[in-house]
Design a protein around this ligand. Sequence first.
Ligand code: FAD
Length: 504
Amino acid sequence: MTSVAAHKFVEIYRPKRECSSETTQTPPVTPVILELMTAPTTLVLHSPVIDELMRALGADAVVTDPDVLESFRHDAAALCESTLPLAAVLPTTESDVRAVMSIASAHRIPVVPQGALTGLAGAANSSAGAIALNTRRMNKIIELDVVNRVAVVQPGVTNKELKDAAREQGLTYLPDPSSWEASTIGGNIATNAGGLCCVKYGVTARFVRGLRVVLADGRATFVGRRTVKGVAGLSLADLFVGSEGTLGIITEATVGLDFPNATPLTMAATFPSTVAAGEAVSRIRAAGITPSLFELLDRTTIAAIDAYARMDFGTDAAAVLIAQSDIGEGAVEELEAIAALCTESGAVDVAVAEDEVESEQLVQARRLAYPALERLGSPLVDDVSVPISQLATMIDEVGRVADRLGIVIGVVGHAGDGNIHPTVIVDPTDPSSLAKAHRAFDEIAAFALSLGGTITGEHGVGLLKRDLLETELDSVAAELQRGIKELLDPHYLLNPGKVLTARP
Ligand SMILES: Cc1cc2nc3c(=O)[nH]c(=O)nc-3n(C[C@H](O)[C@H](O)[C@H](O)COP(=O)(O)OP(=O)(O)OC[C@H]3O[C@@H](n4cnc5c(N)ncnc54)[C@H](O)[C@@H]3O)c2cc1C
């Protein structure tokens, strides 16, 4: 499907970038050649830049066919704006990435780093005239060091592939976003991904030791360390964790491994109100118990799951808490202690699994939340975090926002982190529905901030929350962040228009 026979070339000029032109410094106009293909209806954009990319990486690593480019267009936030990129490149080595950045830098072409495109904030969405740099072919596990408990991997290795490889050595890689089977280590680091077990073990940042990165101008460097400890200078690796592809391209990651925990056991409790569920979360924390998974589903989500898979939580269930213990022998006692605190807080029904099969059945409900909500329309997933003691207040406010705007919002939450995902059901054929969803996002973010929370706990800012970021940052913090961006990427070539807008 790639362009082969060129019959006629017409030189035109690349139009101004239509996406987020107000947010980026417009690169100088570059000549673009319109290649007219044998099939009279097919036009393929071809530019000198593409020739240079093909010479540097090989033609099979550069995609220009519009049909194929569609698959590099956007991440899982399909409702965020996106356009076809100029080309997609599939590097296999750091030298390839350096070559791409040198070419992009010389021509002032924007570059959008991409992993598996499971992101939920539009942070990997392509923009017109950009090169989508996709790491899916950088998928080598370079080293698994059992004694030092570290792995060194290329960024396109999936979370699952690393877990599987570590397991073969009797170790594990703990971070577990629900997208773990597909999402990449590079993407997980660039979003500082959370997951179900981070309530006990922490988010991705805790496991990142060192990174090789390629900067906007094509230079490569190693930041961080390989050792357990290290204070040699500023902690530059932390800057790249969660930077959503705006500071540099991660080409190699050194991450910490651990010994696996015991197979977890699960309990679930049903509550007549979110206040009662919030009370249970507070009591469990006050008792010093840290479950290895601690999730919450609200009334709307429970109803969607009941309709989808007949889980039979009961029509009066306003909230369900699901908790796991992975401490081995004492797990049943730990879950019984959690169950007792749930009952004291007003739970109407509590079930503690006695074996792995029952455990799996209870946790199944959490897994079904997204597909169940998806059946109601197009889900736009929000992601706010509040102090854990404010969880019930936040969830109740989400219900009020839904009622006020006349929309459906289901809430799935990482209860033990205070991180919730209000999921707005959008009718994509109705523009007012999307507008209401954005209004709901604004109101939910403002309320989360008023409770001392943050606009995003784990999905990132991307495009979805770009306009909300500066409601959280004060002007000095925003200035510092722009200063760091401009030091590393003065021409805003890396993922422009995402996260932080350029200075007016
Ligand atoms: C069903 C589902 C469940 C999910 N569950 C969770 C969850 O539990 N927790 C959670 O945190 N997220 C979750 N997510 C969101 C998403 O999976 C994570 O954000 C994930 O880390 C993205 O990884 P990716 O490889 O798909 O990256 P992409 O979506 O391709 O990219 C994400 C960001 O990383 C940047 N990037 C990618 N690779 C590199 C690189 N090598 N160098 C520099 N920047 C790079 C991109 O520019 C973009 O800004 C979920 C998504 C889905 C669809």
